[in-house]
Design a binder for this molecule. Sequence first.
Ligand code: SF4
Ligand code: SF4
Length: 309
Amino acid sequence: MLNILNLQRMSTEDGPGLRTTVFFKGCPLRCRWCHNPESISFDFQKEWIGIRCIGCHLCIDWCNQKAITYQGGKMVTDYDLCQLCMKCVEKCPGEAMQSIGQSISTEDLIYELMKDKAYFGLSGGITLSGGEALCQIEEVYNLCKLLKKEKIHVAIDTSGFVKKEAFAKISPYVNLYLYDLKIDDNEKHKLFCGVENHLIKDNLIFLNQIGANLWIRTPIIPNSTDDSHNIEAIANFLKLNDINFERWELTAFNNLCIDKYERLGQRWEYSETPLVMKSKLNNLVLIAKDILGTEKVILATGITRSEED
Ligand code: SF4
Ligand code: SF4
């Protein structure tokens, strides 16, 4: 069985063409700015969607653990008490209590994905994202083999923080990797992402050696990854190791995920952080091109703000 969050259809930002993206549950990194907090835990979770709640308060009575209380207009779950029995989710009349995550068989997932085949065309396909899809390597390997049989373009959006053997196993069935290189400095990487970056860099070198198609992605996060030294250092790493990437995207931070944190009952330390200045992002692209050459495809993506904003 595969543990996933959900499917996103008609996606245009997870690889070439029109795609269906499968979000997997569980990630080995702990990036402080994470835009998909519901994907971090490998365990299923639950959330409260306030707009659906009819205020019946029945969930408070149903919970044997006394984990739910009404506070400041919200149904708040104490996760130190909650045992994730999902009774409140199953019974909620407004479907305001929701579980996060589901187990699905490879066959059922393929059946769902095949419904979208018509819009993939020649350039689109399926992207496996997360969380970290490759943490479920055996199941994902079987899935990719079946997708290859169907002649479907498969991209994997990866943190790179998995064993090299996982990449070696799955690469014959993968058309493209969307590969995150967030912070070059190891200590800073540990501070902001929770793990060292040696494995991530080594795996990228390995994928390059076996001729994998690569899109490198660097999230540009204020006061975390957005300094010119970081972009210079990543560019120098790519140059020194002769990494043959198709494109490198510098993707501006956004705060569209604030409500995800609220629904999980969590605080997000970036909730007040402003968008990246457009001029700053463009300047980082110039710095990268200066090191790697203007003919390289290095793009600024995401929402920015201008001086007038
Ligand atoms: S049972 Fe559902 S609808 Fe009723 S108060 Fe609880 S969350 Fe809201
Ligand atoms: S999932 Fe179960 S234990 Fe957790 S709040 Fe709901 S009813 Fe209580």
